[in-house]
Design a protein around this ligand. Structure first.
Ligand code: GDP
Length: 431
């Protein structure tokens, strides 16, 4: 049985918390895309952690945690992260790294920085983790697979060849120092020694696991609106954020993915540039940002303040549809308890017409939010465990949004901890 945990929005929906919670009943947790450019914040009995590369299942002794072939694998970041959790008394996690995963090279990070510098005011707001140069090289077929680290002759020849290519760009486009092939080869030999104990044929491992009846969780990074095909291109990430891609980025048959838990936050936040229709500014945004998440809406990787907005039914309905949501986990609802009235974006006005369909980027840039105000509940809902015990206006908010997005909200998260979850019977489930 395979389940996916993915984001409906721009990322930072609370996937880490939901994955950590669902990992209790899973055997294997797989990261299938993305790299160390975004983080998951997890609060559990060991403390508060920001994970960038490790799957969010690493806090349980019974789980195997897998870096799938679709991931942009930054080997030093992975090992620093393992050390940072083990130093805080988390037992050494069981870890497997796909022999087909590709490696983020030191020059990918440099190219990311140099390109953002070159673009100046037109930059993408990259986290400069090397993700776009990494995926460009993967698809240009000049990336390095983990398996290639173990073939000395091939590696030496390839390092030489790639350095020649990269050094032309470094010298003539960016006017920066070139890469020394001997030094790069040494770095890759260090990477090989670090990763060697964990390398595995992941698709074969998962095939066996599924035949033995194991439960696999696919953990997505970012959300639908950052998908390179279906998101707000070009202000997107460089690998698919959709559950469907879990089959590819882990090496599984697509029909094995039976449950797609799509995480949707009770208000909006986004990082980086790009259209954000329900965005709010000034004091209103500051207040939501400071109260938001667990200790404020600031990037887990970069510390950057996130852009804030009201819940967007148009974007979230589209986000759930592209994920193929079987269940929606509606998170961070507790944060909205301070508001007298809660605006919700129910439509987009584009060129004088109102639509509920999420448009392509050029039209999205012109969209203005159509807002509807719902009454607030003005109290703290943390600690509540039964849906019926939530204040009536709070239930109304959940039900209003469920109806607008058209996918079943079966989980409501009212705090950052594993136990802060309310399961709910939805009229839309199996309807
Ligand atoms: P992810 O990338 O989707 O895992 O999301 P992040 O970790 O970047 O952001 C989610 C933030 O919200 C983290 O700080 C979580 O601890 C926190 N969080 C998750 N669920 C809840 C919730 O229901 N209530 C509150 N207050 N915080 C939550």
């Amino acid at each position: 049985m395979v389940k996916a945990v993915v984001g409906a929005n721009w990322g930072d929906e609370g996937k880490g918390k939901i994955t950590d919670m669902m990992a209790e009943k899973a055997d294997i947790i797989v990261r299938f895309q993305g790299g160390a450019n975004a983080g998951h914040t997890i609060v559990n009995n060991y403390g508060k952690f920001a994970l960038h590369t490790l799957p969010s299942g690493v806090f349980y002794g019974h789980t195997t945690n897998v870096i799938g072939n679709g991931v942009a694998l930054n080997i030093p970041v992975l090992f620093n992260e393992i050390k940072s959790i083990v130093d805080r008394k988390v037992p050494m996690p069981k870890l497997l790294v796909s022999d087909r995963a590709q490696i983020v090279m030191p020059y990918h990070i440099l190219f990311d920085q140099y390109e953002e510098e070159r673009l100046g005011g037109k930059s993408f707001g990259s986290t400069k983790s090397g993700i776009a140069p990494f995926y460009s090289d993967k698809f240009a077929k000049i990336g390095f697979q983990v398996s290639e680290l173990f073939d000395g002759e091939l590696l030496k020849e390839k390092v030489q060849r790639i350095c020649e290519l990269k050094n032309v760009l470094l010298e003539h486009l960016y006017h920066k120092p070139g890469i020394d092939p001997a030094q790069l080869l040494e770095t890759l030999q260090d990477y090989r020694d670090m990763v060697a104990p964990y390398v595995c044929d992941v698709s074969a491992f998962l095939d066996r696991a599924l035949k033995e009846g194991k439960t696999v969780l696919l953990e997505g990074q970012l959300g639908t609106l950052k998908d390179p095909d279906h998101g707000i291109y070009p202000m997107v990430t460089s690998s698919s954020t959709l559950a469907a891609y879990g089959a590819i980025g882990a090496g599984l048959p697509p029909y094995e993915i039976r449950e797609i838990v799509t995480v949707c936050k009770a208000y909006s936040s986004a990082v980086g540039a790009g259209a954000f229709v329900s965005e709010i500014f000034g004091e209103e945004a500051n207040e939501l940002r400071t109260r938001g998440g667990d200790g404020g809406e600031f990037g887990a990787t970069t510390g950057r303040p996130r852009r804030m907005g009201w819940f967007d039914c148009v974007a979230s309905r589209y986000g759930c549809r592209l994920q193929g949501a079987t269940d929606v986990a509606f998170t961070v609802l507790d944060v909205l308890g301070y508001l007298d009235e809660i605006p919700v974006c129910v439509g987009y006005e584009i060129d004088g017409e109102v639509t509920c369909d999420f448009p392509v980027t050029a039209r999205l840039e012109k969209a203005k939010p159509v807002l509807e105000k719902l009454p607030g509940w003005k109290c703290d809902i943390r600690g509540i465990r039964n849906y019926a015990d939530l204040p009536e206006n709070c239930r109304r908010y959940v039900e209003f949004i469920e109806e607008r997005i058209g996918y079943p909200i079966t989980m409501v998260s009212n705090g950052p901890g594993r136990e802060d979850i309310i399961y709910r019977e939805s009229p839309l489930k199996n309807a």
